[in-house]
Design a protein around this ligand. Structure first.
Ligand code: HEM
Length: 437
């Protein structure tokens, strides 16, 4: 199945689930694997018997780029890192970063003034990438990037593109043309230099800052009292930069797209924002009063999960879905497929935020909705992402309405993340003009 999976993995997995039911066997290149869709089987792999599974070799590429950090490491080492980092990601701590997120969203709103006035279409994918990059750099490292401020942003863009491009190249990255490889390595050196600089400065002048780096530097394993070394701090900071920017950006881009295609939902979304905020900019305290915005986010991540699929490798033999799973086999967990199973989602292709209303969610098994994964390896940044997404949406939708440029082709492109292959070209209108016009 390698050529088919490389070409269009989401379609291949969806087709297999529809045709063969809850367990399908795949041979992809030299590897064997099961696609499983029953929530009990997924729970078994990600949670109940998680000890028998490691992240699959598809992560090896990330390991080369990121080093041994939270996303890529295994076993006791991973557990120690996770326990040290966890307190920095508690909802209350992240709430303390909400103002940085809100300020970045307001800056974007300011930038859009001129774009809206000019009536010029923009690629909203790029706009959201810039915004979430700003948020992750500021919340992690603080605004103070010293002499590196200008170069880090560019370097980050290069690294991120590279990682996305190389995912299914299966080892071919060694054969990159050297100019491209040099560009990549230069970018990595810039980022490394910047992060090292910031860590060293913080060690010299410990500050009362509330950014994530300060939290990570002081965080301790609750049992052993251990803190992170500088080397490990650098690896983790780089991991958070990577894991936190693109996923959140893509969630936002797909949301703008879906809202533009569903005027009734958009109206409801705008009405909620207008009535709750009454024209003042949103802050963290408003988020609980914007439930429809949250349902829109959940529903958009159902149809277009930024992390559309992930996989595990069985360390030892197991039983899965009534079949023998030999050690070394992969297990594919594909949110893009799970989120469309007719057994759990009525009219799965329809955008319907209300399906996430509490009364309609009560009977749904947890393991059929996995935008952030599940079990011990669940996304550590899920609260971060949800708070950021809600603040960004409320700030921008309060002032602007986005419309897909007619004829622009929208094609979900499953690399590591689910990107819009041709970007998302939209026009931005000032809402006052829309209302009065
Ligand atoms: C909408 C945005 C996001 C989505 C959809 C998302 C999705 C995911 C998923 C599915 C996993 C689990 C992968 C697996 O089990 O193989 C994961 C892990 C992870 N995510 Fe996120 N993520 C998002 C935002 C963030 C943010 C904002 C951060 C950090 C600032 C972050 C940091 C991480 C880290 C460090 C891990 C690895 C955790 C571990 O293995 O202990 N993510 N993410």
């Amino acid at each position: 199945m390698l050529p088919a999976v490389r070409k269009n993995p989401t379609a291949v997995f969806l087709d297999a689930a529809n045709r063969y039911g809850e367990v399908s066997y795949f041979k992809i290149g030299p590897r064997h694997g099961f696609l499983v869709t029953n929530p009990a089987d997924i729970r078994h792999v990600l949670q109940d018997n998680a000890r028998n599974y490691r992240k699959s070799p598809l992560y090896d590429k990330l390991r080369v780029l990121l080093g041994n950090g939270l996303l890529t490491s295994e076993g006791d080492f991973w557990l120690r890192q996770r326990r040290i980092a966890q307190p920095a990601f508690h909802r209350q701590r992240i709430a303390g970063l909400a103002e940085v997120m809100a300020v970045a969203a307001r800056e974007a709103a300011g930038r859009w003034e001129a774009i809206a006035a000019a009536g010029q279409p923009v690629d909203v994918d790029e706009e959201m990438m810039r915004l979430t990059r700003t948020v992750v750099l500021r919340t992690l490292l603080g605004a103070d990037l010293g002499p590196f401020a200008d170069t880090v942003d560019d370097a980050w863009k290069i690294l991120n593109e590279h990682i996305g491009d190389s995912f299914w190249s299966l080892g071919l990255t060694d054969w990159w043309p050297s100019a491209r490889k040099r560009r990549f390595e230069a970018a990595r050196a810039v980022l490394r230099g910047a992060v090292d600089h910031v860590i060293a400065e913080r060690r010299r002048h410990p500050s009362g800052r509330a950014d994530l780096l300060s939290m990570l530097m002081t965080a301790r394993d609750e049992d052993t009292g251990e803190t992170m070394t500088d080397e490990q701090l650098r690896v983790e900071v780089t991991t958070f930069l990577l894991a936190g920017q693109e996923t959140t950006s893509l969630a936002l881009t797909w949301i703008w797209y879906l809202l533009s295609q569903h005027p009734a939902a958009r109206q409801q979304f705008e009405n909620e924002i207008d009535s709750v905020l009454g024209g003042r900019p949103p802050d963290y305290g408003d988020l609980a009063n914007l439930p429809y915005a949250r349902m829109v986010i959940d529903e958009a991540m159902r149809l277009y999960p930024p992390a559309w699929g992930f996989s595990r490798e069985a360390v030892g033999d197991d039983q899965l879905g009534g079949y023998h799973l030999p050690r070394g086999f992969l297990v594919f967990v594909i949110p893009f497929v799970l989120h469309r199973l007719p057994a759990y989602w009525s009219n799965p292709g329809t955008f319907d935020p209300e399906r996430f209303a509490p009364e309609r969610s009560a009977d749904r098994p947890k393991f059929v909705y996995l935008p952030f994964g599940a079990g011990p390896r669940q996304c550590i940044g899920n609260q971060f992402a949800l708070i950021e997404a809600q603040l960004v949406l409320a700030t921008l939708a309060q002032q602007y309405r986005l419309t897909l440029v007619p004829g622009h082709r929208v094609d979900p492109w499953p690399l590591i993340t689910l990107r819009p292959r041709f970007g998302m070209v939209m026009t931005i209108e000032k809402r006052a003009a829309v209302r009065h016009g």
